[in-house]
Design a protein. Structure first.
Length: 346
């Protein structure tokens, strides 16, 4: 039986590395430092910047660290979640930021056109970066609310240039819509939590001062605005009562029910917007619940006497800011009170 012949050995033969394997291995921090050092050495000479970036791709791994590369070109350093610049790294080795970036360039179409040229030439040389630039632009636009006014303008200008030249697509604006949807969902969930807590406090008969304190804590925890909260307070307080079906009893019942809660409303109408939001909500409530149609002006008067609503807010509501719901009915109801307020001012 014949034995297998041993496979040929390459001992002593030097294997030539393929060109693509000759790139130096870098971790993200080393890559960042190398790019920033190279850009800073260009000293704002954009032609030199183009040459540097064109050549550096031969040694630095643009494919792996594309996000870091474009973070630097947009913001001058690596972006942390939320859009702030990371300040990590060994600063003794040199700067971890550069002024050669979109955010530090002159705020003009002409000034930012130089960066369009940089992006354009970079993508011609390294075509695989096109997808990464699209993703980076989407990410940076998603951070727009955390940038300064000047940075926003520069981002708008460069994005316009990139879109006009077909370098990125309108899909880069997706993050704006996604962020809005998430924010609205978060606010809705927070409102429901606050309302549930308030309902429980009212059902337990908690002290009004304690209720105010609890709501303020919830406001802070849930990041809710005062004008959002006062609507929740109104809806919850009015929903805690079993209302009479007799229209002639509603006025007395509603005023008696609201009386102990006026300090609660006063605590969350410290701003003009909150006052206006409340009076409009009361108007809508009285229109949607027809038994309250004739009670609107009495509730407003109760809130005025308790310093929940100011005369300025009432006059603004009457003159321009009222809801369209039951407009003619409620304006007629308020006519005498408004005249009285105007005469009192004079």
């Amino acid at each position: 039986m014949s034995q297998k012949q041993p496979k040929p050995s390459l001992t002593g033969v030097r294997i030539k590395a393929r060109k693509r394997d000759e790139k130096e291995k870098f971790d993200p921090s080393t890559f960042r430092d190398a790019i920033i050092t190279g850009l800073n050495e260009c000293e704002s000479d954009f032609e030199q910047v183009e040459r540097y970036l064109d050549g550096a791709g031969g040694k630095l791994d643009y494919r792996r660290y594309a996000e870091t590369l474009f973070d630097i070109l947009f913001a001058g350093g690596v972006l942390a979640p939320g859009g702030t610049l990371q300040d990590e790294g060994d600063k003794s080795k040199g700067s971890i930021y550069t002024n050669i970036c979109v955010f530090e360039t002159e705020e003009s179409h002409e000034g930012l056109r130089a960066f369009l040229q940089i992006f354009n030439k970079l993508l011609r040389r390294y075509l695989y970066l096109k997808k990464s630039l699209e993703e980076e632009t989407t990410k940076v636009i998603g951070f727009i609310k955390n940038f300064t006014e000047s940075q926003r303008k520069k981002l708008a200008i460069i994005t316009g240039h990139l879109l006009a030249n077909g370098i990125v697509t309108p899909a880069v604006f997706t993050s704006l819509y996604t962020n809005d949807i998430l924010r609205h969902r978060q606010v809705a969930v927070s409102k429901k939590k606050l309302q549930k807590n308030l309902q429980e406090n009212i059902e337990k008969g908690s002290n009004i001062k304690d209720i105010i304190s609890n709501i303020k804590e919830d406001m802070k925890s849930f990041s809710l605005k005062e004008h959002n909260v006062v609507v929740i307070v109104w809806d919850t307080v009015m929903g805690a009562m079993e209302w009479s079906k007799k229209e002639d009893l509603i006025a007395e019942q509603s005023l008696r029910h609201l009386r102990p809660y006026t300090p609660l409303f006063e605590a969350f109408t410290t701003k003009g917007r909150s006052e206006l939001t409340l009076i409009i909500r009361v108007q809508d409530f009285c229109y949607d619940n027809m038994n309250f149609l004739k009670v609107f002006h009495k509730i407003v008067l109760r809130f005025y006497k308790a310093d929940v609503l100011s005369e300025d807010t009432i006059l603004k509501w009457y003159n321009e800011a009222h809801s369209s719901k039951g407009k003619s009915v409620f304006l007629q109801q308020m006519k005498d009170m408004v005249e009285w307020l105007k005469n009192a001012e004079e």
